[in-house]
Design a protein around this ligand. Sequence first.
Ligand code: SAH
Length: 228
Amino acid sequence: MTILVVMAMGAEAAPIVRSMSLSVVDDAPPPMVWFEGSGLVIAVNGIDPVHRVDSIGTTPAALSTAAALARFKPDIVISAGTAGGFVSRGGYIGQVIVANGPVIHHDRRVPLGGFEAYAQGHYPTMDLQKVTERLGFTAGPCSTGDSLDAPPLDLAAMDTHGTIAKDMEAAAVAGVAARSSIPFTAFKVITDLVDSPEPTAKQFMANLEVASATLAVALPVFLTELNG
Ligand code: SAH
């Protein structure tokens, strides 16, 4: 069995690549960076060649997922990384979340018949609620948008969805996996609380390192369960 984990930021991936002693795969299409070892592939979306920052967001996530699907033919695809949580829905910094129910794009609005649901995606995720709870993680709705902030229309979509993990990639990765009928889940660690008075970017920078370390510990435990 091969599990593909797609990650947006080098800093999110570094601790787990190190702790699992994964090796670099040398034929990744630039700027993507691929690592592999013991049935696991980590695809990092890479440094944007124009702006010289991590390729966060949905477009690089979809490109990266499509390229890695073609190359590795995985049995399961996981979007892993950090996310924003919600105090009002029980969220806290360092919380480990596994997707439950469909994942949506909370920032896409196309009120034109079937295009409304298409735009939001509503891509399926694996039913992992029992495993998630057994491991002490939280199972719940995840949603994706291409902005770090959360304007009122996005917040309303997230409230309707019951989002407990707001990120910038999961629905894009899920959409590509769904096109190939490959089981998908999202695995996220909360770095910031969307409904806290503190600015999101400040919280994110303060907690990124600890969250990435948490990811490096929690993700292997989760992967072992999926393999079993
Ligand atoms: N300030 C960072 C950029 C982080 S963008 C930098 O300087 O590099 C946020 C990244 O973390 C995205 O990949 C996204 O998936 C995730 N993320 C964490 N918290 C988020 C939030 N509140 N909203 C959206 N994405 C979030």
